[in-house]
Design a protein around this ligand. Structure first.
Ligand code: RP5
Length: 162
């Protein structure tokens, strides 16, 4: 069976952020396929990837991009698969440009937009896991255990006053 989650990013420079989505999917035992697809520099690659994503067996797309971040929106326009967008933190505007570019989709073509940077990448993977877990009881169990481990890792008191 092919990987259910595609992770696309606009540039190699997005990897430092998007690797957190990859790490989270790996921790949950979810197969994935990460690739560079630029809306601006490789538009033909974008069209061919997004138009073929469903037939290729993907069920969810996570798309990260920074600056004039058209990748998630363009991907969503070209597929009926759910697309989760991760605004990558840009140097010039700290990712607010990326956030606005991704979140302000016109009604009709949704992109589920996450937080800027690493938290957004992690949460995109967790949202993808939640979607897939609806029809995968074993994954639902792993996701529940992951969340429980996170809960268990939170101390009741801060270190210095224990
Ligand atoms: C966007 O431009 C990419 O998603 C990246 O975040 C940003 C900068 O790309 P590079 O100039 O680092 O390749 O398309």
């Amino acid at each position: 069976m092919s990987a259910p989650v595609a992770i696309i990013m606009g540039s190699q420079s997005d990897w430092e952020t998007m690797r957190h989505a990859v790490d989270t999917l790996t921790a949950l035992g979810i197969a994935h396929d990460a690739r560079i697809v630029s809306a601006h520099r490789t538009p033909d690659r974008l069209v061919s990837f997004a138009k073929g994503a469903k037939a290729a067996g993907f069920q969810v797309i996570i798309a990260g991009a920074g600056g004039a971040a058209h990748l998630p929106g363009m991907a969503a326009a070209l597929t009926e698969l759910p697309v989760f967008g991760v605004p990558v933190e840009s140097k010039a505007l700290s990712g607010v440009d990326s956030l606005y570019s991704i979140v302000q989709m016109p009604g009709g073509i949704p992109v589920g937009t996450l937080a800027i940077g690493k938290p957004g990448a992690i949460n995109a993977a967790l949202l993808a896991a939640s979607v897939l877990a609806l029809h995968d009881p074993a994954l639902a169990t792993r996701l529940k255990a992951w969340r429980q481990a996170q809960t268990d890792a939170v101390a009741e008191k801060p270190e210095s006053i224990k």
